[in-house]
Design a protein around this ligand. Structure first.
Ligand SMILES: [Zn+2]
Length: 242
């Protein structure tokens, strides 16, 4: 039994290593997908800014067309001024020209505003293009790291699994099956130490007879609370026996 416990502990040590390899890999995968999420969001925002710029340029061009046609009208009306006979007609046309010129000034202001906005959006787009490029480079590097790591982790897990199989082949098969079942339930630590009559898996105080049983039984003793396999440290065993 003691030999089996020692072997299970060896197996558990390898399972802990396998778990930490998997967690390390999961972290890399999570980091990569976090970066990809940010990149996607940034690209969508960038697309939105480009669309905004396109609309502003369209409004600027429409304004320019409107301005050109109004300026043309002003020119025509100013020519007509010379052909007018009465002062009244002259003043009426002057007023019309004045209104048109004011409208032109408004349009010019609007065009200038659009141009300023476009310039601002242009520099924003330029900045974001730069960060997208940086993000893409970072993601490529992270993906490369992950690929390399996957290869390493697969090899390490393969090695540890092999060692587990060799050690496990000399463990009682029922006990081995129980160990695997508890491990798959908790994810780690299927076999735990008892310290001062306390299960180190769930920290429940174990009845005295359970602790005594661990010492003498040929069968594995499980914690009544968490069902993990219990063992006593040799050193502790000698201490409490003396
Ligand atoms: Zn327990």
């Amino acid at each position: 039994m003691l030999d089996d416990i020692a072997r299970l502990l060896e197996i558990q040590r390898r399972d802990a290593e396998i778990l930490s390899f998997r967690e390390e890999e999961e972290k890399l995968i999570a980091d990569l997908s976090r970066r990809e999420g940010i990149l996607d969001r940034t690209k969508r925002e960038l697309e939105g800014r480009r669309e905004e710029r396109r609309k502003m340029a369209m409004s600027r061009d429409e304004g320019q067309l409107d301005l050109d046609s109004k300026l043309e009208s002003v020119k025509k009306l100013e020519l007509q001024l010379f052909q007018l006979k009465t002062n009244k007609e002259y003043q009426a046309l002057q007023r019309e020209i004045g209104v048109l010129k004011e409208a032109c000034t408004d349009i010019e202001d609007r065009i200038l505003n659009f141009m300023e906005d476009i310039e601002r959006v242009n520099s924003e787009i330029k900045e974001r293009d730069k960060s997208v490029a940086e993000m893409e480079a970072g993601i490529a590097k992270a993906a490369e790291n992950l690929d390399r790591d996957k290869g390493r982790v697969t090899a390490e897990i393969h090695r540890l699994d092999g060692e587990k199989r060799i050690i496990g082949s000399s463990v009682d098969q029922l006990l081995m099956a129980r160990y695997e079942k508890i491990l798959s339930h908790y994810g780690s630590r299927a076999i735990v130490l008892v310290v001062d009559d306390v299960c180190q898996g769930c920290y429940t105080n174990l009845p005295r007879h359970t602790v005594d049983e661990i010492r003498v039984s040929e069968k594995p003793i499980l914690c009544e609370n968490c069902a993990r396999i219990l063992y006593l440290d040799d050193h502790e065993g000698r201490d409490s026996e003396s």
